[in-house]
Design a binder for this molecule. Structure first.
Ligand code: MEV
Length: 290
């Protein structure tokens, strides 16, 4: 029996644009998914297509038990975390001796097949290694996060499908490239500005607000996301934006320590769930078997 866990993530900047080779910044967060795998001749077919694909790719049979601190379909990388933790647990249980880099690559392959061939390696890389990362195509650069970088996440409780949202942007790009391309280029420029302003919360917040507006323009907004973003800004956040695929899922806000509770309260006041969290630097890790 082997038990591993892997963290969720927030996309700080650049979601969707990153699918087309533009830069994106993502950060691992504290809540994680814990997966136990046991070798077994009687292989139960897993309910999750991600877990089924992990067993198929690794060519092994076993049983699996999942516990999650991350809401699913919420834009917080739960499918990547489940994939990474499952691959690590399989790797350990069957002594396959894959490195973490190989696990991250395999996890990306799993997401690609679940998202119709359109997935950046961001979620799976960040979940495997933890920390804050700039991703651009196959390049991954680890960023030094600012001190005490905490954020308030607002989960709309509206579930969404990442592959559907990725498909929506692909359609806009195909039908109206003259509209979609400049939006994706602007998101890329905002991401690069953000990378140079990690320590300047006010400017970081302004850039978040711009990125949010451009995600709306791409068609991946949702009334609940708009509501939470506006509520967080009115409660004093420096900035608030959708995180992840959109169309539901989650947003996050950056605010001063003194306004953090007010921002979380404003989000809860909209019948959504607030999570105050910070960076995870462990990435995937082995846990005690229970
Ligand atoms: C999903 O968390 C982020 C997207 O950019 C898709 C991806 O990067 O694979 C929408």
């Amino acid at each position: 029996m082997a038990t591993w866990s892997a963290p969720g993530k927030v996309f700080l900047f650049g979601e969707h644009a990153v699918v087309y080779g533009k830069p994106g910044i993502a950060m691992a967060i504290k809540p994680r998914v814990i997966v136990t795998v046991r070798e077994s001749r009687y292989h139960q077919k897993p309910n999750s297509p991600y877990i089924a694909e992990c067993f198929r790719l690794m060519d092994v049979k076993g049983s699996v038990y999942v516990r999650s601190q991350l809401p699913s379909s919420s834009g917080l990388g739960s499918s990547a975390a489940v994939t990474v933790a499952t691959l690590c647990a399989i790797n350990d249980e069957f002594e396959l001796k894959k490195t973490k880099t190989e696990i991250a690559d395999l996890a990306h392959q799993v997401e690609m097949s679940a998202q119709n061939g359109r997935a950046s390696a961001t979620d799976t890389y960040v979940s495997t290694f933890g920390g804050m990362v700039l991703v651009r195509g196959s390049e991954k650069r680890r960023l030094l996060p600012p001190q005490n970088f905490s954020l308030v996440i607002g989960n709309t409780l509206v579930s969404h499908s990442t592959s559907e949202m990725v498909g929506k942007v692909a359609e806009l790009r195909k039908n109206s490239p003259d509209i979609a391309e400049p939006i994706l280029d602007s998101i890329a420029a905002i991401t690069m500005h953000a990378m140079h302003n990690l320590d300047n919360q006010k400017e970081f917040g302004n850039l978040m607000n711009m990125n949010h507006a451009l995600l709306d323009a791409l068609g991946v907004g949702h009334p609940m996301l708009s509501k939470l973003v506006l509520a967080a800004r009115s409660a004093g956040a420096y900035g608030a934006k959708t995180t992840g695929a959109g169309g539901g899922g989650s947003m996050y806000a950056i605010c001063s320590k003194s306004s953090r509770n007010r921002v979380a309260g404003a989000i809860e006041g909209c019948d959504a769930r607030a999570i105050t969290t910070t960076i995870d630097t462990d990435g995937a890790r082995k846990e005690k078997d229970e």
